[in-house]
Design a protein around this ligand. Structure first.
Ligand code: NAD
Length: 400
């Protein structure tokens, strides 16, 4: 019997995964995209074309791969009931819509994968799946396996780089039985790279989410801004200064302290994969960072970041002002920092720098998650903090 793979989404990552998975023998791949008219448009494009992936491998060689998913649809009932494994490859703000639409159709022993999950993915999954979570498995990856972008919608995507390895956690329901270990199946679908690195527990993966990077850099850059429009969009990473690097480093310290505190309070819990952001750059961007003597230099000299700019919008006078509705704040705060703050609060760890960043960002977003140093703002339920789903103690977090 062929493995039934469902890819949810229609963006860069969804194109890559749909293409790669369709290359596997013994697999049948469907795509579910609920967004606008993406399903119709993608279906039309593939009538007389294949989906091409132009890939640059880590040894510098290039390759082209061609395949075609079996079906692209916006109707969950036509694809979810058959799926053995369901990948969510959409920005975190779209997870709720997908999970809500697919939940009632999911059969027993299905694996649901957040690729990437982003912080709070499991809390949201378990809440929406309800009792069904017992018969399913939920996995979340710390990031997307590739740096990638669509070149032509529906039929051509570029993989600029494959991650060498990628951390992932798995929560398998007590009544879920899988015919093969979930990570073996996912590795087979992804191919050789990245190599999946199993992380001992899902809270560690939540604390490993890279959503910690953007908000402190945004805060460092724009909290001192005088409100004047700018002639050019500033460089996001190559322009990082001492203040921004120091803010990010301190937020990362608070995340690592949270992991350590949990390890001390729970026997058997291993948090060694929650590492400081500078160590992460040294490990994950070994070949791209040319100066890793400190965090500021590591970001300024990371080739993977060349030319990336601050999110800006036109000011009307031919100049630019910052766009605080971009996902660097709109996504990375409610589905990132606020979740980590929630875990820190449960672990009893103070996070003054994270609080400062969240307080500034929520003002720009017109939201209230934090009041002082406590997560009790009126918009908390719309974030994925554990408290939004009634997780209030370490027992709640680890007895799922
Ligand atoms: P993307 O920006 O390509 O996603 C766009 C897609 O999301 C759309 O095609 C649509 O299917 C869906 N979408 C957009 N707006 C929507 C809405 N209002 N309602 C419902 N669906 C909507 O995303 P991506 O580049 O594939 O990235 C997926 C995730 O991976 C993100 O969390 C991103 O931060 C992360 N990531 C991406 C890269 C990369 O190289 N692309 C690298 C690392 C991490």
């Amino acid at each position: 019997k062929k493995v039934q793979i469902l890819v949810c989404g229609g963006g860069n990552g969804a194109h890559c995964l749909a293409g790669l998975a369709s290359l596997r023998p013994n697999a049948e791949v469907s795509v579910l995209t609920l967004y606008a008219d993406e399903a119709e448009r993608w279906t039309k494009v593939l009538v007389d074309k294949k989906l091409k992936i132009s890939a640059t491998y880590n040894d510098g060689t290039n390759g082209e791969l061609e395949s075609r998913p079996k079906l692209i649809t916006k109707d969950p009932a036509s694809v979810v009931p058959n799926a053995d494994i369901i990948f969510m490859v959409v920005p975190a703000f779209a997870h709720q819509q997908y999970l809500t639409e697919i939940a009632k159709h999911i059969k027993d022993n299905t694996v649901i994968v957040g690729l990437p999950g982003q912080a709070g993915f499991e809390f949201q999954c378990l809440s929406i799946l309800g009792n069904k979570a017992k018969t399913c498995a939920v996995s979340s990856f710390e990031s997307l396996p590739w740096a990638c972008r669509i070149l032509e919608f529906g039929c051509h995507v570029q993989i600029l780089g494959f991650k060498e390895s990628l951390g992932a956690a798995l929560l398998q329901g007590s009544q879920c039985t899988l015919s093969a270990p979930a990570f073996d199946t996912i590795q087979w679908i992804l191919g050789e790279k990245p190599k999946i690195k199993p992380i001992q527990n899902y809270i560690a993966v939540n604390l490993m989410a890279k959503s910690i990077i953007h908000p402190p850099l945004m805060y460092g850059q724009w909290s001192k801004w005088n409100g004047q429009s700018l002639d050019e969009k500033p460089l996001f990473y190559q322009g990082v200064d001492d203040l921004q690097a120091s803010l990010l480093s301190k937020v990362s310290d608070e995340v690592v302290a949270t992991a350590k505190a949990i390890e001390q309070q729970r026997s058997g819990i291993d948090m060694k994969d929650v590492i400081h952001i500078l160590d992460w750059y040294k490990e994950y961007y070994r070949y791209q960072v040319t100066d890793s003597s400190n965090l500021m230099k590591a970001m300024q000299t990371n080739k993977a970041y060349d030319g990336l700019l601050h999110p800006m919008k036109p000011a009307g006078d031919g100049k630019y002002v910052p766009d605080f509705s971009y996902r660097y704040t709109a996504e990375d705060v409610p589905f990132g920092l606020v979740v980590m703050k929630g875990i820190a609060q449960i672990a009893g760890v103070a996070t003054p720098v994270m609080d400062e960043v969240i307080t500034w960002a929520q003002g720009k977003l017109g939201k209230e998650y934090l009041v002082g140093s406590e997560l009790k703002g009126k918009d908390l339920p719309s974030s994925r903090a554990p408290q939004s789903y009634n997780f209030h103690t370490l027992d709640d977090l680890f007895n799922v």
